[in-house]
Design a protein around this ligand. Structure first.
Ligand code: ADP
Length: 687
């Protein structure tokens, strides 16, 4: 290139110097213009010739240059097309190959075949040919957008695309490209498989968690229920102590199960908050009431330092705030052997309708090593090694607290020094108002039935026993269905209006509580159905099934909870009726002993005999009634009334009397009186 340029430049310079010399000579030696013109004319042929040669040489050099460039770019683009990642072929209107790149042949395993001029039908794999035919572009006046598809050829996956190009002569060419992306597809597939496997494990973990917690809660329900019943009976001091230990342990176990469930929920981000108005002072008083005995049992002082207006009310999720504080105070008591636990609450900031409060729980306990301090908010982390561990716990409390506080928009942190105690602090901002009016919680209604029938659908006998006992105490009659199917049968034969309410366990073999409830509704039974479940039901699930269940009771439940839910279902709820649970079956014992000449031994002897002889009196009485021997039944009720009166069994005597007079009056429906009688009799004979 440079050489050609030099030649043209040289020729141009020579011609120019020649002309310039003539002009200089002309001016130096002879200033005659006509002579100059003559000289120029004389030499014009030479000059013209020189110029022609120069132009010719320049043109041929330019052409050569262009040819060179064209061939260079042809070679270059050919090599690019041949080696490009995507295989490329150009097909004419009759589907004959006009151009085929090396990659195209290589990807289809056609390396040794010369495809140009051949028809695509002969060589393309069927699926690609079908794709080509489907998308073959009928003559277009301009280039078309590519159409793409992923096709599988044996073990490989190809992305095939086709688009049309119209050439100068108005022929439509089809440009077919193929790209082997087997590796990516396999990788994607692998990822999808791994994801599915992970999903499977997550679901398995969740269902295991739900099942295990259900399985744990079911027996725990029985333990808590039975110990509640036991607590209400006459117990020696030692027995009371043992029952209280059962209660503490089952509370601990229940908290642990709830922590595990909470934790799995927070992992799914499924914990929802329910704000309500509450007086901060009330919450703190409740906490003090709970923890004062715990602290004093360990010889600790429970101190408080509150710096806020006692009328301050917050709008926050009270239960969750309480859960956080319970956890922190519990830890403080647990990890402190001497000294104090102090609860401090102060106002950090007040702005318009909101307030920011800071709560700290300070203890003089074992403290935490600096290297452990950052880890304690990590799930399952415990500063003590698990082998040398001296305190109960699963290491879930603090992560849950941190999550809850942050979920409520606050911050939780800890300050501690080994051996110097710890302080756990959190801040929360909430809407506030001040009210001096005491917000007294409405008293829990005391349930007192009139023998209304409650169907209890429960497959675990011991759980049924607990519910039955609780219902009989408040004068309700219990009928037991041990499966969904038998519940359906019982409802069918009893008809609508027979049961006042149905308590339905959810987890039952063969037919679960949902299906049973649905079928009962379909049958036209209008009795309210209450779900009894050991599985945590979040709000969403409760909403989904609210057409089946009027309420949900989570096992293990307190008897007051059961009564609260049942009270709208039974005819009479008297807020001022005596609390049956606290009623003493031996209310008249002292008078009875007095009447027996003050001899306790004699009293005990008669009482034992009474218990032995009349343990099954209720069943006998019912047998008399079913066999039509009403008089026999009346006599039995009458005898028990007398004996019970003599032994100071006041309530039993009263219920026997009610039963006797109902029989006497010829009443048909005696079940309310029998239920009450059975319960009072059991109170005596079961002890
Ligand atoms: P755990 O149920 O084991 O107590 P937490 O998550 O509540 O679980 O606490 C995690 C760990 O943090 C505890 O095991 C303990 O080592 C440490 N810790 C928590 N609170 C205190 C405290 N007040 N004093 C000393 N150590 C504490």
């Amino acid at each position: 290139m440079k050489k050609n340029d030099t030649v043209i430049t040289t020729i141009t310079c020579v011609s120019s110097i020649f002309i310039i010399n003539i002009i200089i000579l002309l001016f130096l030696h002879n200033r005659d213009l006509s002579t100059g013109v003559a000289i120029l004319l004389e030499n014009s042929l030479v000059i013209f010739g020189l110029l022609l040669i120069t132009m010719f040489v320049a043109e041929s050099i330019r052409l050569k240059k262009m040819k060179g460039a064209i061939s260079y770019y042809n070679d270059f683009s050919n090599s690019v097309l041949q080696h490009a990642e995507n295989g490329l072929a150009v097909l004419d209107e009759t589907n004959n190959f006009e151009f085929v790149s090396g990659r195209f042949k290589e990807q289809l395993g056609l390396n040794d075949v010369s495809l140009v001029g051949c028809n695509a039908l002969e060589y393309l794999p069927k699926s690609i040919y079908r794709f080509l035919m489907e998308y073959r572009l009928i003559p277009h006046s301009e280039t078309t957008e590519p159409v793409r598809q992923t096709l599988q050829l044996q073990e490989s996956f190809f992305e095939v695309s086709a688009f049309g190009v119209v050439d100068k002569e108005n022929h439509t060419k089809c440009i077919l490209t193929i790209y082997d992306h087997t590796k990516q597809v396999l990788m994607e597939q692998q990822l999808v498989d791994q994801l599915e496997e992970m999903q499977f494990h997550i679901e398995a973990k969740e269902s295991l968690l739900a099942n295990v917690s259900h399985e744990l809660k079911t027996p725990l329900n029985a333990i808590i229920g039975l110990s509640q019943i036991l607590e209400q009976t006459r117990l020696s001091d030692r027995q009371k102590e043992l029952v209280s230990k059962i209660n503490t342990s089952s509370d601990y176990l229940l908290n642990l199960i709830n922590d595990v469930l909470d934790f799995s929920k927070l992992k799914k981000g499924a914990i929802s908050l329910e704000s309500s108005h509450f007086r901060l002072r009330d919450l703190l008083t409740d906490l003090e009431t709970t923890f004062r005995p715990v602290a004093s049992q360990k010889g600790l002082h429970l101190l408080t330092d509150y710096k806020f207006d006692p009328d301050l009310c917050l709008n926050l999720d009270r239960l969750r705030m309480e859960q956080v504080m319970v956890n922190l105070i519990n830890n403080a008591c647990k990890f402190t052997d001497a000294g104090y636990v102090r609860i401090r609450v102060s106002v950090l900031k007040e702005f318009q309708d909101t307030i920011t409060i800071k709560t700290s729980i300070e203890d003089t306990g074992i403290g935490i090593e600096p290297e452990n301090l950052s880890g304690i908010f990590t799930e399952f982390y415990q500063a003590e090694g698990h082998l040398t561990k001296m305190h109960q716990g699963a290491g879930l409390g603090l992560p849950i607290c941190k999550y809850l506080v942050e979920h409520m928009g606050g911050t939780l942190w800890a300050e501690s020094k080994k051996g110097m105690g710890s302080t756990f602090c959190f801040t929360l901002t909430a809407p506030k108002y001040y009210s001096s009016e005491e917000e007294v919680e409405p008293p829990a209604p005391v349930l007192r039935g009139h023998g209304e029938k409650i169907l209890v659908v429960e497959d675990t006998p011991i759980n049924y026993d607990v519910v039955e006992d609780l219902l009989i105490r408040v004068n309700l009659t219990c009928e037991h269905a041990d499966s969904g199917l038998s519940a359906l049968k019982m409802c069918e034969s009893a008809g609508d209006g027979y049961y006042s309410a149905i308590l339905m366990d959810i987890h039952m073999p063969i037919m679960d509580g949902y299906e049973t409830a649905r079928k009962i509704k379909e049958m036209g039974i209008t009795a309210p159905i209450i779900a009894l479940t050991a599985t945590n039901m979040d709000e969403e699930i409760q909403m989904r099934y609210q057409h089946l269940f009027c309420d949900f009771i989570l096992k293990p439940f307190k008897y007051t909870q059961l009564y609260n839910v049942l009270s709208p279902c039974v005819a009479a709820t008297a807020a001022d009726s005596p609390d049956e649970l606290s009623e003493d079956p031996y209310a008249g014992k002292d008078t009875a002993i007095e009447n027996l000449g003050g001899s306790i031994a004699l009293y005990e002897k008669h009482l034992t005999r009474f218990k032995t002889n009349y343990a099954h009196a209720c069943e006998t009485l019912e047998d008399h009634l079913t066999s039509g021997q009403r008089e026999q039944a009346r006599i039995l009720a009458h005898s028990i009334k007398g004996l019970a009166g003599t032994l100071g069994l006041t309530y039993l005597a009263r219920s026997a009397e009610a039963l006797e007079s109902a029989i006497d009056n010829g009443e048909e429906n005696l079940s309310p009186q029998i239920t009450a009688f059975r319960h009072k009799l059991r109170q005596v004979t079961d002890q």
